[in-house]
Structure formats: C-alpha cells, structure tokens
Ligand binder design. Structure first.
Ligand code: CA
Length: 223
C-alpha cells in the first residue's frame, strides 16, 4: 500500500492484516515504486495524492517495469481522475473514504480477474495432475474422487508448490471465511484430502503439515 496519510495507512494496514492479507506500506511514490519492484507483491493499492510524485505518474513508471495489479485509492472521486488512473494502467479504482471490507472485496475481485488470466489449465506436481478447466484431478494416473472443497484446496496448494500456506490464508482464500483461531475446518479437510491421496500425517508424501504455520504441498522424491 502506498499512502502518505499515516492515520489511513495504519488503519487500512491493520484491517487488511485482520482480513488475512500480508501487507507492507510506503509513504511516498518513489519508495513505493522501489518496494513494488523489489518485493513483487500480488497487488498494489495506490493513493494518488502523494508528497513527491503524483500517484498516476508513479503508476506510469511502475507500468514500464511491472504488470502487478494496481488499485488506485484516492480522495479525488471525480470521473476524469478515475479515467486518467485507469488509462495510466490501474486495474480498478476506489474513492475515499472506503471501508476495509470494500477494499478487500475490490482486491479479491482484481486478483481473481488477473490470476484467472495467468493460471494454466493443468497443474502438475510430481504424480499429481489437476485440470482447472475440467475440474478433475489424478494421482499417478488414477482419477481422484474429490469434493468441490477438496478440489479447491488441492488446486490452491498445487498453485503454490513447496510453499507453506497458512491456515488463515486457506480459510480466507479457499473457504472465503473470516479466520478465527479455533477453526478446525482446514485441519479436517486436509486430513480428508490426505486420505484420498493415500497418505497419512505420520508419513506424508505430498501434504506436509508445518506445525503452527500451515500446510505445504511438495512432490515426493522420485522412487
Ligand atoms: Ca494522499
């Protein structure tokens, strides 16, 4: 998030974190530009009125080097500004004041739209093959009989192989639920999915639980 108003920055950062996002912020255009290039975020929320450069100027510079989705958030809710922002390469526009829930909904919509364009049809991790279009999955060429939720869970993990995915992230991204500390939903579905993959928590092949952190999907070493 690039926002020069410390009160807005703090409030939005806290609210988005509570909603399950990992957020970092910059307070001016040039440090925001540097962070957007260096840390390769999934999305940038950009204020237009910044102390050093206009946000739309920063956006043009960012577009020269990156396709990262950008939501422009600004107090200037007049149409010409919105049109200019979109013309400079913004993916969406949100007028201040906005609630964290509105921003969250916009972020998820933009990510769905932009990720849909880049997710390949077939995901392959070791002997696991998943077709996102046909919504079928197979392990070692044997079809898996998955519930829709198990399929979504497997797809989400296969899109991020070798990456530990937190339970909070799974709850918000796969279940679209607000995370709550006591929730066992993820654990239960992971154990069901694990059984269908023919493995156990004690001797995992693909699904590895990292205690207190989350789940990681990894191809087993070839046998
Ligand atoms: Ca501002």
């Amino acid at each position: 998030m690039v926002e020069d108003d410390p009160a807005i920055r703090t409030a939005v950062l806290r609210a988005l974190t509570d909603l399950g996002h990992a957020v970092s912020s910059a307070s001016d255009a040039l440090s925001g530009l540097r962070a957007a290039v260096d840390s390769a975020p999934d999305i940038v929320v950009l204020d237009l009125g910044l102390p050093d450069l206009d946000g739309s100027e920063m956006l043009r510079m960012l577009r020269a080097v990156s396709d990262v989705p950008v939501i422009v958030a600004t107090a200037r809710d007049d149409d010409p500004t919105a049109v200019r922002a979109l013309n400079s390469g913004a993916d969406d526009f949100l007028a201040k004041p906005f609630s964290a829930e509105q921003l969250d909904a916009r972020i998820r919509a933009v990510l769905r739209r932009t990720q849909a364009a880049t997710v390949p049809d077939d995901l392959v991790v070791g002997g696991l093959v998943l077709s996102t279009t046909a919504r079928t999955a197979a392990l070692d060429e044997v079809a898996l009989d998955l519930t829709p939720r198990e399929f979504d869970l497997l797809q989400y993990l296969m899109e991020r192989p070798n990456t530990v995915v937190g339970k909070r992230e799974l709850l918000t991204e796969v279940w679209r639920l607000a995370p709550s500390g006591a929730d066992k939903t993820v654990d239960v579905h992971v154990s069901w999915l694990r059984r269908k993959l023919g493995e156990t928590a004690a001797s995992p092949r693909y699904l590895h639980t990292v205690r207190g952190v989350g789940i990681k999907l990894t191809a087993p070493p070839s046998e």
